[in-house]
Design a protein around this ligand. Structure first.
Ligand SMILES: [Zn+2]
Length: 376
């Protein structure tokens, strides 16, 4: 089991699907804000002006001049009260529309409490170039005086990803075990041919409790409290457990708002106690490291290769799909042993199994990790 809330959000959002012709998205491309053409990372924070439109609140739209050669492009926007999403037009043609084109391929953008839209999403959705119009949309009628649209971009695929391990409050994990888990995550990415994981020195974070409630806004507040020197570093928070036990770890969004620290979704959270062996004392460091590798994959935009029931699979062409027919014991859920030859060893399979290492990633999964704007 590797529960992760974004999967549930996806399932909920599917109920809201509504197709139709998208509303035009007109901007003045002569006034477009130019993204840098230099190699490397760039973040722009652009003001948004909100206007009410029926049941929606629309911001912008903002015109961006995107040069050729952008390998990763992401938009993020946090609104305290409403679900939010994006509409995007390239040279006048609407390609992503959380309102009117929801669920239409090849895009799979959906509204959420913290809106994130990232290119590429798969092997066929490279970042657009040209005049790119972006309109944030709030599913609600609270008109905010202002807001901020974060635009993260990168030119040239990255060879490394930096994470900052952070031990929360009085969480008990000895240094040797923590380092063994971090080493395992590094080894998983290395074995899979993914960008190298660069791990900062572990640090402690003052917090009232080592047990965090993920059903209230406590988890959001915890993530929002993290401050790091470099915004491209991804926080990895270790808590003793969630108040409701049973969850190995949680990413925040698929992907999260990487490049923006201090939001309610900045970083991933791992439970130490869920990784205890059957004796209730020994911590399974290798499993904890694999969970880190898995949740980091979500945070950077990877979905489960196969979901529990075998009816939903990620949109990537080169990841094995384990079908429902492999459910040999008929319990309604695909296990790792039932899918060994069909993705069970993939880092992003939906669940784990004692004694089976999950260290594989497909070429497209590796490409997506390196295309993240925060890859270095
Ligand atoms: Zn997961």
């Amino acid at each position: 089991m590797r529960l992760s809330s974004p999967t549930l959000l996806l399932a909920t959002s599917a109920l809201l699907a509504c197709g139709g012709d998208p509303k035009p998205l007109d901007v003045d491309c002569d006034d477009a804000i130019a993204l840098s053409a230099e190699p490397g990372y760039e973040r722009l924070d652009l003001p948004v002006r909100w206007e009410r439109d029926g049941d929606l609140t629309r911001g912008g739209p903002v015109a961006l001049a995107v040069p050729e050669g952008v390998t990763g492009l992401a938009f993020a926007l946090e609104d305290p009260d409403a679900l939010a999403g994006f509409r995007v037009a390239v040279d006048g043609e609407v390609v992503v529309d959380v309102v009117d084109l929801f669920g239409e391929g090849p895009w799979f953008h959906f509204e959420d409490r913290l809106a994130v839209l990232q290119f590429p999403m798969d092997g066929a959705t490279a970042p657009p170039s040209g005049c790119v119009a972006v309109e944030p949309v709030l599913f609600g009628t609270t008109v905010w005086e202002e807001g901020t649209l974060h635009v993260m971009s990168r030119r040239g695929a990255g060879a490394a990803l930096t994470i900052a391990p952070i031990v929360v409050g009085e969480t008990a994990i000895d240094d040797a075990t923590l380092r063994a888990a971090l080493d395992e995550a590094v080894a998983v990415y290395a074995d899979a041919g993914a960008p190298a994981l660069v791990v900062e020195e572990p640090r402690a974070l003052d917090w009232p409790s080592a047990f965090v409630d993920d059903t209230t806004d406590e988890l959001d507040g915890l993530r929002a409290s993290v401050a790091l020197e470099d915004e491209r570093t991804i926080p990895v928070l270790f808590v003793q457990d969630f108040v409701e036990p049973g969850t190995f770890g949680l990413a925040a969004g698929i992907p999260g708002p990487n490049g923006v620290l201090g939001t309610s979704w900045s970083g991933l959270v791992l439970s130490v106690d869920t990784h205890l062996a059957a004796d209730g004392v020994t911590l399974e460091a290798a499993l904890l490291g694999e969970t880190l590798a898995h949740e980091l994959g979500h945070q950077l935009g990877l979905f489960h290769t196969s979901e529990a029931e075998g009816r939903e699979h990620d949109p990537l062409e080169d990841t094995a799909e384990c079908p429902a027919s492999r459910d040999a014991d008929g319990d309604g859920e695909l296990s790792v042993p039932e899918c060994l030859e069909e993705g069970g060893r993939n880092v992003m399979f939906w669940t784990a199994e004692e004694g089976v290492r999950q260290r594989e990633l497909s070429a497209t999964q590796v490409m997506l990790l390196g295309a993240s704007p925060v890859a270095r």
